[in-house]
Design a binder for this molecule. Sequence first.
Ligand code: HEC
Length: 182
Amino acid sequence: MTFRFRRVLVMAAGLVLAATLTEAQAPAAAPAPAASTGAAAAPAAASAPGSEFPAGPGRDTFIRVCSACHAPEQVIGHGQDASGWADTINQMIQNGAQGSDQDFGDIVQYLSTHVGPMPSQINVNTVTSLDLQNWLGFTPQLADAVIAYRAAHGKFTSLADLEKVPGVDASALANFKNALTF
Ligand code: HEC
C-alpha cells in the first residue's frame, strides 16, 4: 500500500477556501507566460525580474504566479507576516491571479519567510540587500552598495562605520538606530 503525503497547511486553510470561492469568477485575463519555469520568459535585462529573491521552497511559484501583472518586487516593503500575506494573496486572486491552492500556500510560505516583518534587531553584518530594501526602505542601488561595501571592507563595527557607505547618511538610519546591531 502506498501512502501519499498530503500537504496540509493549517495557516493556508482560510486562503484555500477563499481561493475556491473566487476561482469560479476569476477572469482568465492574466497574460499567461508560455513557460512554467518562471524566469524563462523574462527579457534578458541587466537585472532579471525577481533576481534579488533568494532561493527557497516556493520561489519559482512566486515568480511565475506573481509576475503576471506587475513586477514581483511589488512585494518588497510590506513587511507582512503569514496572515498578512494570505490577505494580500486573496486580494490578488480577486484581481485575477491564477494558481492552484498549493501554489498560493507555497507563496504565502515563501513570502513570510523571505519578505516578512521587520525583526526587533537587525544585524547589519548578516543582513541581505533584500532585507535592507524590505525593512529599511533602501533603494535597490543603496542596498546593493551597502552589501558591496561590506564585502570589500569587512564587517561594520559601528553606526559611524556604516555611514561611510556612500549614500548612507545619518538621517536614512535615524529611525532604525536602535534596531541595528553589529
Ligand atoms: C491578475 C493580475 C495580478 C496578479 C497575477 C498579481 N497581482 Fe498583485 N496587484 C495587482 C493589482 C491590479 C494591484 C494594484 C491594486 C491592488 O492593490 O489590488 C496589485 C498590487 C499588489 C500589491 C500592493 C498592494 C498594496 O496594498 O499596496 C502587492 C503586495 C501585490 N500586488 C502582491 C502580489 C502577489 C504576492 C502576487 C502573487 C500571488 C500578485 N500580487 C499577483 C494585480 C495582480
